[in-house]
Design a protein around this ligand. Structure first.
Ligand code: SAM
Length: 341
């Protein structure tokens, strides 16, 4: 493993403290109110003290019993011994159990740290004292994409994924658009990918019809530090896009669309395109996801972009997100403009 040497600032700033608090969520212990009220260290001190006092009391009771068995038994001295022995067993048991729990917790945190290092979310460094340490990397676009890819892989989420995402990024680089409109934000994954290669001054308007995904996308876009260039809007794209021309109380009108990414309901792709067509700038690139796997539902759309004469269109073949064994593709169409000569 590559070990980086970096300067460690001490004490850590309030900003850094806040950042760590936010990011250490995976390392946080599941604590109950009891843990907050009586922390484990305090419990261990209490159990240790209890065990020691029961030991001392047992020794005293036993000594007395040996010295004067008959009198002691009459006085109930044997109960005194028994109670202290039981107390000793309970306190010692609780002390040992708490110790085992503490070790388990340390082990769990170590496992999580190692996983974070392996996944690239945590970096290893050597501090001023020469000790090998690790810390979470700052949350940025790549951090968010790594996390979303992990979820995507695990739960086969319908995000464009790294393979088609790289193709999409290549197309954005080629066209260098100032205005991108996306239909279907979901968690903001594809918007963040496009945002990574957006030329300076460019912006992305991404539509999401489901409120819960809108909130999630806004969160990830904000965490990826792209809120200034990615505007996730709530609503059905076919209704929102025509309003882009005139703007609204909250948004300025746009000059035109240079890049349109369609990734919502395949049966509605043609509706999205027809809603956007009056705003398309000549040379605008339209990318339709899942043109391979959903080619049947996309028949109308594909017939339109391939046969209307308004577009130069072809499919770029790839595989379905997070599945190397299922063929898929992106239909890439270039708008020729209204002058069709
Ligand atoms: C396949 S996901 C989008 C994935 C995203 N583009 C990515 O790659 O990360 C499709 C999303 O489109 C949204 N959606 C469906 N119909 C829509 C519409 N008419 N307008 C806007 N969003 C829509 C769904 O709620 C869903 O979150």
């Amino acid at each position: 493993m590559k070990v980086e040497s970096v300067k460690v600032k001490r004490p850590i700033s309030a900003e850094e403290r806040e950042r760590r608090t936010k990011m250490e969520d995976e390392l946080k212990d599941a604590r109950t109110w009891f843990d907050y009220l009586v922390p484990r260290q305090l419990r261990r001190v209490y159990f240790a003290a209890g065990a020691v006092s029961c030991t001392v009391a047992s020794v005293i009771a036993l000594t007395k019993l040996l010295q004067n068995p008959a009198l002691q038994v009459e006085d109930g001295g044997q109960y005194n011994l028994a109670i202290n022995l039981v107390g000793l067993i309970l306190f010692a048991g609780a002390y040992t159990w708490e110790g085992a729990q503490a070790e388990k917790r340390v082990e769990r945190r170590r496992t999580i740290r190692e996983a974070q290092i392996r996944l690239g979310d945590r970096e290893v460094y050597v501090n001023k004292e020469g000790e090998k340490m690790s810390r979470l990397k700052p949350v940025d676009d790549n951090w968010i994409l790594r996390r979303l890819d992990r979820w995507g892989n695990k739960d086969k989420l319908p995000m464009i994924g790294p393979k088609k995402g790289a193709i999409l990024q290549g197309l954005v680089v080629q066209r260098a658009p100032q205005t991108i409109v996306e239909v279907g934000a979901f968690l903001g994954y594809s918007a963040i990918r496009m945002g990574q290669v957006l030329p300076p001054g460019g912006r992305i308007i991404s539509y999401e019809s489901d409120f819960k995904w809108l909130i999630a996308a806004k969160r990830f876009v904000w965490q990826a530090k792209m809120a200034d260039k990615i505007d996730v809007r709530w609503g059905r794209a076919q209704e929102g896009i025509p309003q882009l021309k005139t703007g609204s109380l909250f948004s300025k009108p746009i000059d035109g669309i240079d890049f349109l990414f369609l990734d919502a309901k395949p049966s509605e792709y043609l509706d999205y395109l027809l809603a956007a067509e009056p705003l398309l700038n000549p040379g605008a690139v339209i990318v339709a996801d899942n043109a391979g796997i959903f080619s049947k539902s996309l028949t109308e759309y594909l017939n339109y972009v391939r046969g209307s004469g308004r577009y130069k269109s072809e499919i770029i073949e790839s595989t379905l997100e997070y599945r190397d064994d299922v063929q898929d593709g992106l239909e890439v169409s270039t708008y020729k403009g209204t002058d069709l000569s």
